[in-house]
Ligand binder design. Sequence first.
Ligand SMILES: CC(=O)N[C@@H]([C@@H](O)[C@H](O)[C@H](O)CO)[C@@H](O)CC(=O)C(=O)O
Length: 320
Amino acid sequence: MASPKKKLQGLVAATITPMTEHGEINFSVIGRYVDYLVEEQGVKNVFVNGTTGEGLSLSISERCRVAEEWVTKGRNKLDQIVIHVGALSLKESQELAQHAAEIGADGIAVIAPFFLKPWNKDALINFLKEVAAAAPALPFYYYHIPALTGVKIRAEELLDGIQDKIPSFQGLKFSDTDLLDFGQCVDQNRQRQFAFLFGVDEQLLSALVMGATGAVGSTYNYLGKKTKQMLEAFERKDFSSALSHQFCIQRFINFVVKLGFGVSQTKAIMTLVSGIPMGPPRLPLQKASREFTDNAEAKLKSLDFLSCTDLKGGDMEACS
Ligand SMILES: CC(=O)N[C@@H]([C@@H](O)[C@H](O)[C@H](O)CO)[C@@H](O)CC(=O)C(=O)O
C-alpha cells in the first residue's frame, strides 16, 4: 500500500501552466513560480496539470514535461507535488501515472473520463483501479468535479469500499458544492486516514466544519496567505475571525464571478498579483479582457489583497 511521507493537508495550489503569447508552455518561469508560492503565499503543496493547469488541453508529452519541471524546481522547497493524470484514454492515463512515479512525484489524481463516460460506480472504479495500478507505490486521489466531467456518481458512493479495489487510495479532491455528499464522505470514513481536500475556495470554511483536511484551489496561488489566516483562525476556534476572512475572500470571488471567471481570468489575476507572466490560455479558452483585469485589480486593491499607493482610505473596503 502506498504510504505518503505525510498526509496531504492544508492548502494546495492548483497550478497554472504558464504560456508564451504564442501558446507554447513557458517552462522558464516555473522556478520563480515555486519560490513565489513558498515565500509570498506560504503555500508548499501543488496540484499540477489539473483544471487550472489546463491539463486536458496539453499534449501527453507537454504534461510530462510540466510535471518534470515542477518536480525538479520544487525539490527541497515544496512539501508535496501531486500530478493530475486523468485522461480520456486509459492508456494515456496509465502512461502519465507511470511517468509521475518515475520522476518522484508525491501522488497522482484522476478525474472521471468525460466523453465516453462511466455510468455507474463499478465502471468508474474499474477505470481508476487500472490507472492506480500503473503507479502502485504512489498515493492515489480521486478528483471529483461533476460540473465539468458530467459524471454525477456521488463521491460518498464511490468511496464505499474503495481501498479494497484501490489499495493506494489516499483521498478525495472534492470540487463540488454538495456539502451533503462531502460531509457523508467524511462521516462514513472516520476510521480511515483519508485526505479530504475541498475544491470550492469560496466555501472552504463550510467544508472545514464538515471535516475537510485541506483544500486544492486556483485562488491559493494568489490568496494563499489570506486563506491561511482563515485556516489558522479556524484551528484556534476563533470562528468569528475565520468567518470574516471567508467573507472577505468571497467578496473578491463574487465580484470576479459576476464578471465571468475561469482559467483565463485566473491567469490574468496571477500575472497581476505575482508579477510572473502566466500568458494567455490555450484555445478554445480566450484571453481575459483588459477590462476584466482592470476591474479585478481595483477590487484586489480595495480589499487590500494587492499593495497599492493610489487608493485613498475612503476607497478601501473594511476587511479584517
Ligand atoms: C471549477 C474550478 O476551476 N474550480 C477550482 C476552484 O479553485 C475555483 O477556481 C474557485 O473555487 C473559484 O470559484 C478548483 O477546484 C480547480 C482545481 O482544483 C484544479 O485546477 O484542479
